[in-house]
Write a protein that binds this ligand. Structure first.
Ligand SMILES: NC(=O)c1ccc[n+]([C@@H]2O[C@H](COP(=O)([O-])OP(=O)(O)OC[C@H]3O[C@@H](n4cnc5c(N)ncnc54)[C@H](O)[C@@H]3O)[C@@H](O)[C@H]2O)c1
Length: 470
């Protein structure tokens, strides 16, 4: 099949390369000429594990090409995918459909013969009909069908997710378009991938419902982690304990500094906006957004409290800036809130991230960027782990101890073993890890006395050693 992919960012480039790997003849299109020029030379503008090889292999096989102009590729295509960005519209929560609309208008001009126009971007319900209208008005005689085919890949594991998805959702309303989409994804039949064929609106809502549910799951475990910190429980064991229940599942139960990234923040907002317009408010998701935003801001306060109430004049070594490991994506990363709040409180930040520093340098102009994780902690008064890159898990605590000015760690991803670090002499603070309760706390938990105050120094002994596995 001949496929045109309009938009060659994190989703379009991965999807285009994977569809070429399926054996299709794919042209990836992007407006940014520099990006296309790089891609033509085999240079990948983003960091995504395995993508350079996949792109290179398929370019050499003659199945994957790049262009800035969509006319020829769209004119020849059996299926055109729209994979442009849908950021939050300025000033409110609605998804900004400017790029989708303009892609639709350009596609309309280029259509030749029957073509399926499949929307891969995450778009609010109603967008499929709107794209159809735009094309129909521009080209009343054109033969086409619009299909909603939301993408569920995760950055950092994007190729695996595309090649071996849990499911493919296809909102389609004609037999002809159904058959084209079935042919696009035919290689997935071999691995018995569930294909959900449904109507366009259902496919559009499914994408938002999926992301909102995952964002809710993260936020839920984050609040449970807060509770664990106050009552002597360990959130990892709680997460395992509930996650082993097949109805709940173990994934997305890792506590941390709050969700960020290019999808969850904007998609939860867009869903609540749509729901308000539809007079079917999503109050759970609205609350998730409020709780998560507050959490990201509160994480800097957690560091400040850990440093006896002030970071003024301190050097804070930060490990990890991207919104998650194995990507260079900094969009809505929790590090943006945490670093700026620590700087505002008078700290000097020295940071290291394996792939995110180029973009971070643009967003965090006063941060000093280190050459390695050890460089970032050298001379630090406190180390803050914000993103759980695998290489940070292997850091040698003894070397950290030698390099740091003061051996203090705030581990917002729970990558270290608290017992090991404390036994070496570190002051350590994780998220939702177990601590020894003072008897007065137990009294308060069981009685009707006043609530436990976060500031009450007697309440919990955070530096106490607790036996057992981390
Ligand atoms: N990033 C993810 O992990 C992910 C996962 C699933 C779904 N999505 C959704 O996929 C969509 C794309 O996300 P992304 O992260 O790839 O965005 P992105 O910003 O990385 O890529 C979008 C690309 O589209 C290009 N573009 C915009 N208008 C164009 C036009 N008219 N013609 C050609 N190119 C054009 C831009 O130059 C850019 O390179 C969004 O709706 C997003 O919500 C993203």
């Amino acid at each position: 099949m001949r496929i045109a992919m309009v938009g060659s960012g994190y989703v379009g480039l991965v999807s285009g390369a994977c569809l070429a790997q399926f054996g299709h003849d794919v042209t990836c299109i992007d407006k940014v000429a520099d990006k296309v020029a790089q891609l033509r030379k085999g240079k990948i503008p983003i960091y995504e594990p395995g993508l350079d090889k996949l792109v290179g292999d398929n370019m050499r096989a003659g199945r994957l090409t790049f262009d800035t102009n969509l006319a020829e590729a769209v004119g020849n295509a059996d299926a055109v995918f729209i994979a442009v960005g849908t950021p939050t519209r300025r000033g409110e929560g609605h998804a900004d459909l400017t790029y989708v609309r303009s892609a639709a208008a350009e596609i309309a001009e280029a259509l030749r013969g029957y073509t399926v126009v499949a929307i891969k971007s995450t778009v609010p319900v109603g967008t499929g009909r709107e794209v159809s209208r735009i094309i129909r008005e521009a080209r009343p005689e054109a033969e086409f069908d619009v299909v909603a085919n939301p993408e569920f890949l995760r950055e950092g594991a994007a190729i695996e997710d595309f090649m071996k998805p849990d499911r493919v959702i296809i909102g389609v309303e004609t037999k002809r378009a159904h058959d084209v989409m079935a042919a696009v994804y035919r290689p997935l039949n071999l691995i018995q991938t569930p294909m959900v064929f449904t109507n366009i609106e259902t496919a559009e809502v499914t994408k938002y419902a999926g992301n909102a549910f995952l964002a809710t799951k993260i936020t839920f475990i984050n609040e449970i982690a807060d509770l664990c910190e106050k009552v002597g429980a360990d959130v990892h064991d709680v997460a395992r304990g509930i996650g082993l229940d097949g109805r709940i599942g173990r994934k997305f139960l890792h506590p941390g500094p709050g969700f960020g990234g290019s999808c969850f923040p904007k998609d939860t907002l867009a869903l609540t906006y749509t729901a308000q317009q539809a007079n079917a408010p999503q109050t759970i998701v609205e609350q998730v957004i409020v709780v998560n935003d507050a959490r990201k801001k509160r994480m800097a306060q957690k560091v400040i409290e850990f440093c006896d109430g002030s970071v003024a004049g301190l050097t804070v070594g930060v490990l990890g800036l991207t919104f998650k490991p194995n990507t260079d994506d900094m969009r809505d990363a929790p590090s943006l809130d945490i670093v700026s709040a620590l700087e505002a409180a008078g700290a000097q930040i020295v940071a290291f991230d394996p792939e995110g520093m180029k973009e971070a340098a643009r967003l965090m102009p006063s941060v000093t960027f280190a050459e390695s994780a050890y460089d970032a902690v050298s001379g630090a008064d406190v180390l803050v782990v914000i993103t759980e890159w695998p290489e940070f898990r292997g850091l040698d605590p003894r070397r950290l101890m030698q390099l740091m000015r003061r051996p203090r760690i705030v581990d917002l991803r729970n990558i270290f073993n608290p017992d090991e670090l404390r036994s070496l002499g570190f002051a350590y603070e994780g998220v939702g890890r177990r601590r020894v309760l003072a008897p007065s706390v137990i009294n308060k938990l069981l009685g009707n006395n006043s609530k436990i105050s976060a500031q009450d120094p007697e309440i919990l002994s955070s530096s106490s050693r607790v036996s057992g596995p981390a």
